[in-house]
Write a protein that binds this ligand. Structure first.
Ligand code: GLS
Length: 829
């Protein structure tokens, strides 16, 4: 104990400086020290990568100081904490983000330049940590940044995958996937905690035993693996608070398999043990459906079990009575992926802490909150009963018991309405019996959040209508947000400086509402000049990247028109490509004079398709064949170019987004739960061309319809349009571009036939035909606005000025106040 060893502690403090120093000489000494002793290179000979490693370790030392202080402070104050459980965190690179949040970027840049290195060049050496698929995973990362910045006592829990999201490589226009073994070069940002490990059990049987005369359940597992903690400190901005993101890795357990070693089957036994590691080896690359895979279920339970043990250990360090648990613990379920935590907490309370069912259930109902990120019923996770019962027999029993009690209560409330009882039950009957993880989560959580207002409406009226009718008070929404630290300060330093200059303060970096102050200068000629310069600098950076990647030179005068996100039918990249073909066709048919009026465009598309998603892969190929044709047509020149940016990830996004003039968000209304990419573009003063879907609807309210290009059917019109089906008239322009693909204008007509069939006639589920004219009109409106530079710049300024509501700081504050009931706990400086 620190107090008891006071004398010793003082001596230790005397030996070390109180804190590491940030003057140029101290920083240079530190970097060289790490070159020599951590990276083990000679200080007279090290390259950029080695310099990056040494730099990262010097930064990490400073990070650890604050992290320790924060953890000690939290321990002392013992506030209620939120535990954020998520199977995915898309962190990207860390270096720049960390030094900016610590407020020591410039000091490090100076120190490095005195050593002959450039900070930006070294920062580029870092690989991305892609431990997630897309929006959901990046949202978790943004929310961790906000939790730290707003001083909330929070811990993130997730999985330390050895293979992140696959790398996308394009060969002849086709997507190929390559494994992302991201730990190859080490990861300076994590701290391996070899002593923080927990056993995680699988399989086996459950028996009834008697303890002190009471019957209780004992689970005898068939397999045991060890969960080892890897801690990733997350620093806040403008605060000393640095919170923990604890990721679990699977290791073989020492307690397991002794038998086979003793029976002499040594080699097989070692090989078997290695299998344990496969649990945390790979991130599932489908961003929506994972149904019925045993390994996926194992991953879910593995991280949940380790996290729950860790949470109980922390609670029991300072508390004896479980009735206090809800005063100290809020458990946030990021989608249904961690929802086994419900059954696990119940199991621990019942079987290990020996609470009565009644007391345990009372605790459950007070600690869990659930956020769903999906709109479609097919997107809701189901687990086959057989699979669950085999892997986690005790959990299945508990889920059955929860369901039994729930259904009995429900009958008392709604009577014997069997249809409704069947729909609301956690257990889905049928040829394959399933556990509905969403129903489990809704029933056991005190709050169910959607991720935008429209999403919440859809949850209440469609997906969870039965539950909403029963418990309207449970349903809330927190419109998503993104962190301005990463998406302006790190990725767009020139815009950051400009905003601070015009607002006369950097306070907006913590208090985003101040951005609104830019409105006062929306027509200021001087700001317009500077604003355009910033955009130009970012367009140059993007153009250079495009040239380096594809050899294509693009004109800086053209409108940079970007659509980057996962490839999905509902996100309608196809609508974009059809629009581009239409534009190309129109230009081809114009005379010289008309061509002079054409607004030149560089169309940029990027995103990964899930490896098994055939149609999405065809869309990528289509983009490439169309690009090939257009980009090599000398007759068109700079009037139109199409670029596919491969391997879109966080660091590519950091470069693409600031350089975009226009960005497209084309989801069929009612299909995008929220969307967060649009928020990043908006903050960077990029104009949006979008459907009235997800959070876009709220953006219109913030920046006004006149400052966006909206198009397409509204969510409530979509169902009616689909019903019209075959009688729906599609415009000639649409039929013409589809015909061009069918006729082999771009080659590969056989390959694209199924794609064309999907969007023509009754099978046009995502309504490309129905929205096409409206889409073209919005595009024409964007062209018109772009040629009027003054108007465009004003719209761009107003976009950024109105983006404040879409900061994750606002989202997190709402969660803290209305869902988790936690208070800031600020570590003294
Ligand atoms: C998603 C939704 O599709 C997005 O609309 C949303 O912005 C994101 C974060 O809430 O969650 N759901 C999902 O499974 N992947 C997503 O990106």
């Amino acid at each position: 104990d620190f107090g008891e060893r006071k004398g010793q502690a003082e001596r230790m403090l005397g030996l070390m400086d109180v804190f590491l120093k940030n003057d140029p000489i101290s920083l240079q000494k530190d970097i060289l020290h790490h070159v020599e002793y951590t990276v083990a290179r000679s200080r007279f000979s090290f390259d950029d990568f080695e310099a990056y490693q040494a730099l990262a370790h010097s930064v990490r030392d400073r990070l650890i100081e604050r992290w320790h202080d924060t953890l000690i402070h939290f321990k002392k104050e013992d506030p209620k904490r939120v535990y954020f459980l998520s199977l995915e965190f898309l962190m990207g690179r860390s270096l720049s983000n960390i030094v900016i949040n610590l407020g020591i970027r410039d000091q490090f840049a100076d120190a490095l330049s005195q050593l002959g290195f450039d900070f930006e060049v070294l920062a580029e050496q870092e690989g991305d940590a892609c431990l997630g698929n897309g929006g959901l995973a990046r949202l978790s990362a943004c929310q961790m940044d906000s939790l730290a910045t707003l001083d909330y006592p929070a811990v993130g829990y997730g999985l330390r995958y050895q293979y992140g999201l696959f790398r996308q490589v394009i060969v002849d226009g086709f997507q190929h996937e390559q494994p992302d073994y991201w730990l190859n070069f080490g990861n300076p940002w994590e701290i391996e905690r070899v002593h923080i490990t927990y056993p995680v059990k699988f399989y086996g049987t459950v028996t009834d035993e008697f303890l002190n005369g009471e019957k209780c359940k004992v689970w005898v597992p068939g397999e045991m693996v060890e969960a080892v903690a890897y801690d990733n400190p997350i620093p806040g901005y403008g605060t000393r608070n640095t919170i923990n993101l604890r990721l679990w890795a699977a290791k073989p357990s020492d307690q397991h398999d002794m038998e086979s070693f003793n029976t002499g089957d040594y080699v097989d036994a070692v090989v078997n043990r290695q299998r344990a590691e496969s649990i945390s080896s790979i991130l599932y690359p489908d961003d929506r459906s994972y149904q019925g895979k045993e390994l996926r279920l194992k991953q879910q339970y593995f991280f949940v079990s380790a996290s729950v043990q860790d949470i109980f250990r922390r609670f029991k360090d300072t508390h004896k009575k479980f009735d206090e648990f809800p005063e100290k613990v809020a458990l946030q379920l990021n989608d249904t992926h961690p929802s086994l935590a419900i059954a696990e907490v119940m199991r621990v309370l019942l079987d290990e802490e020996h609470l009565s069912w009644h007391r345990a259930w009372d605790i459950i109902c007070k600690i869990f909150s659930f956020t769903t990120h999906t709109v479609s019923p097919e997107g809701l996770e189901k687990i086959p009963v057989d699979l669950l019962g085999n892997l986690l027999p005790r959990h299945l029993q508990i889920i059955y018991d929860i369901n039994f009690n729930f259904v009995e209560e429900l009958k008392k409330m709604i009577g014997l309405d069997y249809d409704r009882l069947t729909r609301m039950s956690i257990v889905e009957e049928g040829a394959v019996k399933n556990i509905r993880m969403a129903n489990l989560s809704v029933i056991c959580s005190h709050t169910v959040n959607g991720v935008s207002r429209l999403h919440s409406e859809l949850l209440r009226t469609k997906l969870f209508k039965d539950f909403y009718d029963l418990w309207p008070h449970k349903f809330q929404y927190k419109t998503n947000g993104v962190t301005q630290r990463r998406w302006i300060v790190v990725s767009n330093p020139s815009l950051c400086a400009l905003i601070s200059k015009w607002l006369g303060t950097e306070a907006w970096i913590r208090d985003i509402d101040l951005l609104i102050g830019l409105r006062d200068y929306a027509t200021n000629a001087e700001l317009h000049q500077e604003w355009k310069m910033v955009k130009k600098v970012n367009k140059i950076r993007l153009a250079e990247y495009i040239e380096a990647m594809s050899g294509l030179k693009v004109s800086l005068d053209a409108m940079f028109d970007v659509q980057t996100k996962r490839i999905h039918e509902y996100k309608r990249q196809l609508l974009n490509i059809l629009g581009i073909i239409h534009r190309y066709d129109c230009i081809k048919n114009m005379d010289k004079n008309d061509r002079k009026k054409v607004v030149p465009r560089v169309c940029i598309i990027g995103g990964k398709a899930a490896p098994g998603y055939e149609i999405a892969k065809k869309i990528i190929k289509l983009c490439h064949v169309v690009a090939e044709r257009i980009n090599n047509d000398n007759d068109i020149g700079d009037l139109l170019k199409l670029v596919f940016i491969p391997d879109y990830n966080v660091s590519v996004a950091e470069m693409v987004i600031p350089g975009a003039d226009l960005s497209q968000h084309l989801s069929t209304a009612g299909h995008e739960a929220s969307g967060t990419g649009s928020m990043k573009f908006l903050m960077n003063g990029c104009l949006l061309l979008a459907t009235a879907d997800g959070s876009t609807i709220e953006m219109v309210e913030e920046i006004g319809q006149d400052n966006m290009f909206l198009f397409g059917a509204k969510a409530h019109e979509v169902v009616a349009l689909r019903k019209k089906g075959p009688t729906l008239k599609v415009p000639l322009q649409f039929s013409r571009v589809v015909r061009m693909i069918r006729d082999g204008h771009f080659g590969f007509e056989d390959y694209f036939k199924s794609l064309c069939d999907k969007i023509e006639g009754t099978s046009d589920y995502f309504l490309l035909g129905a929205d096409f004219m409206s889409y073209l009109e919005a595009q024409a409106a964007a062209d018109k606005a772009f040629v009027d530079e003054e108007r465009w710049t004003k719209m761009s300024i107003l976009s950024a000025a109105g983006s404040g509501r879409f900061s994750s700081d606002r989202t997190i504050q709402e969660y803290a106040e209305n869902t988790w009931d936690i208070q800031p706990c600020r570590c003294p400086f």
